[in-house]
Design a binder for this molecule. Structure first.
Ligand SMILES: *Cc1c(COP(=O)(O)O)cnc(C)c1O
Length: 338
């Protein structure tokens, strides 16, 4: 039994999703004529109580399109120092938008309103024009941490006072909603733009949706085309995302339960150091003593259990749609015997 905990991007479509893909009604989306893409975009817009949405092939494209629309060359974007938009998108903010980043040291990937206030540049010709704040929820490098709602509202207030746009990298936003009980509408009322991934624990082969107001999405559609992301019969993939909306959101709670059980067992082992608090489906922990991150990953590989060394001393395990109860039990048993 292969147990692949390296990432929730490894999920594959279920038979039900494959069936939805096969039956999808499609058209040319660059002409605006793909009914499945149109349905996904309008469902996402109404789920978040926003005006419009745009289907993109990847979360990276959604984020980078949003940043391009919100900024001008020479601007400065505020985000956490381990934010995906900053460290995992190939320097995209500089490459696509000609903007620079002010990266803040947060708490497990989260930044506060006070930090944002002190990071805003004064109106001074020496300084880059601060124009955008990006938050990430859940935070990937923060071990799947979630923002408290009040902390988001405080950041929003700072953005309003200072005329800054606020973008959410919500690659795993559905995990945060399921874990906290916060609603999509709260997010839609607060952020100027939101990107949500369907290629993570949602089981879809590809896809991300960018949500915002009508004027923002109109501009984003143009930028997506410029980036080469205008897709034709994308409805096959939109149908997968619609299926995921209907079938794969509530079940994220199971992934979170599995992750908590894994962390609880790890906490009993003497070769495990600090484990980041588990709030959703990511388990990030330190390895010490008998093992390094690399040797523990190797040891587990002999049991066909696959995890990711994210630093010389840290391993990441991610639970998702394709990690069953039986697989979690097997993992717990193997770890227990080490
Ligand atoms: C995965 C991820 C993305 C987007 O990744 P793609 O592979 O481009 O879809 C964006 N932000 C975060 C936090 C992610 O984890």
């Amino acid at each position: 039994m292969k147990i692949d905990l390296r990432s929730d991007t490894f999920t594959k479509p279920t038979p039900g999703m494959l069936d939805a893909i096969a039956r999808a009604e499609v058209g040319d989306d660059v002409f605006g004529e793909d009914p499945s893409v149109n349905e996904l975009e309008s469902r996402m817009a109404s789920l978040f109580g926003m005006e419009a949405a745009l289907f993109c092939p990847t979360g990276t494209m959604s984020n980078q399109v949003a940043i391009k629309v919100h900024t001008r060359p020479g601007d400065e974007v505020i985000c956490e120092q381990q934010a995906h938009v900053y460290i995992y998108e190939g320097g995209g903010i500089a490459f696509h938008s000609g903007s620079q980043v002010k990266a803040l040291a947060g708490n497990r990937g989260r930044i506060t309103a006070d930090q944002v206030v002190s990071a805003i540049n004064p109106d001074d010709v020496h300084k880059a024009r601060t124009s955008l704040v990006c938050l990430e929820n859940t935070s990937n490098r923060g071990g799947g941490s979630c923002y408290n709602w009040d902390d988001i509202l405080a950041v929003k207030q700072v953005c309003q006072i200072n005329g800054l746009a606020l973008h959410l990298d919500g690659a795993r936003l559905f995990n945060a909603l399921v874990a906290t009980g916060q609603t999509a509408r709260q997010y839609g009322q607060t952020f100027d733009s939101i990107s949500v991934c369907f290629n993570k624990g949602m089981g879809c082969p590809i896809g991300s949706v960018l949500i915002g107001n009508r004027d923002f999405i109109r501009q984003a559609r143009r930028v997506r085309k410029v980036f080469g992301g205008g897709m034709r019969q994308a409805g096959f993939m939109a149908a997968a995302a619609i299926y995921a909306l209907d079938h794969h959101i509530d079940r994220l709670a199971e992934d979170h339960q599995h992750a908590r059980e894994i962390a609880a067992l790890l906490a009993t082992k003497e070769f495990i150091g600090t484990i980041l608090p588990v709030e959703t489906n990511l388990v990030i922990f330190e390895v010490k003593g008998r093992y390094t991150a690399a040797t523990l990953v190797d040891t587990l590989k002999h049991y066909d259990i696959h995890s990711l060394a994210i630093s010389p001393t840290q391993i990441r395990m991610v639970t998702h749609l394709d990690i069953t109860r039986a697989m979690t039990d097997r993992l717990l048993q193997v770890l227990n015997e080490l």
